[in-house]
Design a protein around this ligand. Structure first.
Ligand SMILES: Nc1ncnc2c1ncn2[C@@H]1O[C@H](COP(=O)(O)OP(=O)(O)OP(=O)(O)O)[C@@H](O)[C@H]1O
Ligand SMILES: O=C(O)c1ccc[n+]([C@@H]2O[C@H](COP(=O)([O-])O)[C@@H](O)[C@H]2O)c1
Length: 223
């Protein structure tokens, strides 16, 4: 019999700020795949994008507020403690060493991240240490841009949730999670223009953003 309590899942991100497009698909995913816990891991120095607008401390606080009433989620601060680029390959190797060789481990990403995945630092080693679980995201194709990357994807795809629980690593699972057309970029832009974001992220996070004066246009800048 498959032990459905073994699979551990990390959900990495920049979370500048965290929003419902992060939380809701992953909540649905937890039901579909059978995850009793999801470990959210904010990065400190995102490898493939400019430094976030909010500080690491602010992004961590927003995550704490977002998950305060959601027991599914916990936080992992390991990347926040490193000043070097938050390369997932290094983090997942370290996590595997902690968890031992047999435990099933997964890294959760959105569809957009899957498309850029082959450009990640030592990407081909990541599946040695974990599975990839991919949440759907509107506006992004499901096919990889290059043939060789599509071949890599096809070689690792599974349609069987059980494989995520019975094997320690190495599979890619495209989950049928609900679509949320929300991005942190959209939220930052809307806030900069003083537009309403009530439906896009938890109220406690929005209150914190306003109290901290985050994502507002610079004083004197024209709207
Ligand atoms: N609406 C969404 N639906 C599904 N996955 C998402 C969504 N938004 C973000 N993700 C996924 O969550 C992870 C963290 O995303 P990130 O913190 O970069 O948010 P973002 O909204 O994409 O940010 P930004 O707009 O600043 O690039 C990534 O793997 C990303 O693919
Ligand atoms: O390791 C890499 O080269 C790498 C490149 C891009 C993104 N990542 C990680 O992927 C996760 C989602 O990234 P992002 O930029 O969408 O927040 C987050 O944990 C990043 O640190 C990792």
């Amino acid at each position: 019999m498959v032990d459905m309590n073994q699979l551990q899942a990390l959900f990495g991100g920049t979370f500048d700020p965290v929003h419902y497009g992060h939380l809701k698909p992953v909540e649905a995913l937890a039901n579909q795949v059978g995850l009793s816990r999801v470990i959210i891991m904010p990065n400190n120095v995102p490898p493939h994008r400019p430094q976030p607008e909010a500080t690491s401390q602010q992004r961590k606080t927003m995550l704490e507020l977002a998950i305060a009433d959601k027991p599914l989620f916990t936080l992992d601060e390991r990347e926040l403690r490193r000043d070097t680029p938050s390369y997932s390959a290094l983090t997942l190797k370290e996590w595997r060493e902690e968890q031992g060789p047999q435990r099933p481990l997964a890294f959760i990403i959105g569809q957009d991240s899957l498309l850029t995945f082959p450009s990640w630092h030592h990407y081909e080693t990541i599946l040695d240490n974990c599975h990839l679980i991919v949440c759907r995201r509107p506006g992004y194709p499901l096919e990889m841009a290059q043939k060789e990357h599509q071949q890599w994807l096809d070689d690792h795809l599974t349609q069987h949730v059980e494989a995520l629980h019975t094997q320690p690593a190495g599979k890619i699972y495209l989950a049928e999670t609900p679509w949320f057309n929300i991005s942190a970029t959209l939220i930052r832009e809307r806030l900069e223009h003083g537009e309403n974001c009530d439906d896009l992220l938890p109220a406690a996070v929005l209150e914190y953003i306003n109290a901290q004066g985050l994502y507002r246009s610079a004083p004197g800048a024209s709207l």
